[in-house]
Ligand binder design. Structure first.
Ligand code: SF4
Length: 263
């Protein structure tokens, strides 16, 4: 059992209320572990894994989680912003069928979307930035999905964004979506993996992937806010390219920003 899990049982994993998970101790104990073993330790600590799947190469998390925990203890959710590529919807279905899992797809509040689009149209983010639209279509549904959870698993990597993810840790307390009364922790098993590592895994284990990756897309989000990149460009340059290059986060990982933009 890795150090620092307080009164959490290790083997066999049991469903208990996690009251004293120590992310710093978890990092100390598991920082050099493989993503699979990081997930295994997280499962032993929490007795469940809720995986955030974006419809991109973070599918490796789904693959790995199902190798370390029983299927009924692995919950996979995605956010359907209503603005995704057709290829991403097709990919969701392929992942659902390939792993025979229930994919919990979350949608934005209809009235909030209607108010935004009625007032500002469908492409307001090109004029006044992406945070308002991301706040409605991504952050609010995510907040609803995470409510009451002890832990969630994300596919964040340090190499994805030198500006915002360079200090990412494999485990951290999520103060953006958790609270003192209801602490929430975030496990980032791919923190130290590079894009190359991810793709080596996908190829080695025949993991399904989004067809957009064959069209030059690297970091995949919503259709109007994602574009392919050229050789030599950083993957984050394909996201919200009309905005400043620093601080490219949509609010899902607001902790990465010096001043969180969670609207
Ligand atoms: S990525 Fe673009 S379309 Fe998607 S929620 Fe954010 S601003 Fe809206």
């Amino acid at each position: 059992m890795a150090a620092g899990f307080g009164r959490v049982s290790a083997k066999p994993p049991v469903e208990v209320a996690v009251t004293s998970f120590d992310p710093n101790a978890f990092v100390l104990a598991n920082d050099q572990a493989t993503p699979k073993n990081i997930l295994k330790a997280a499962y032993e600590a929490f007795g469940e894994l809720t995986v955030s799947f974006s419809g991109a190469e973070d599918v490796v998390l789904v693959d790995l989680a199902l190798k370390v925990a029983p299927k009924d203890k692995v919950k996979v959710f995605s956010l359907d912003t209503g603005r995704l590529h057709a290829e991403t919807y097709e990919f969701f279905e392929r992942v659902r069928n390939h792993y025979d899992i229930e994919l919990d797809i979350r949608f934005p509040d209809q009235q909030a979307v209607q108010a935004l689009t009625s007032e500002k149209g469908l492409f307001s983010f090109y004029q006044d930035g992406h945070h308002e639209c991301c706040g409605i279509r991504k952050v609010a549904p995510l907040r609803q999905r995470l409510a009451g959870l002890p832990v969630w698993v994300t596919g964040q990597r340090r190499d994805q964004s030198p500006g915002t993810r360079s200090k990412l840790q494999i485990a951290e307390r999520d103060t953006a979506f958790g609270s003192d009364d209801q602490p929430l922790y975030k496990i980032n098993p791919l923190t130290h993996w590079t894009s190359e590592d991810v793709w080596n895994y996908i190829r080695s284990f025949d993991v399904p992937y989004n067809a957009l990756h064959e069209k030059g897309y690297v970091s995949i989000g919503c259709a109007p806010c994602t574009r392919p990149i050229l050789p030599g460009q950083h993957e984050r340059e394909g996201r919200w390219w009309w905005e400043d290059q620093g601080g490219k986060e949509c609010g899902l990982h607001a902790l990465n920003l010096p001043q969180a933009a969670t609207s």
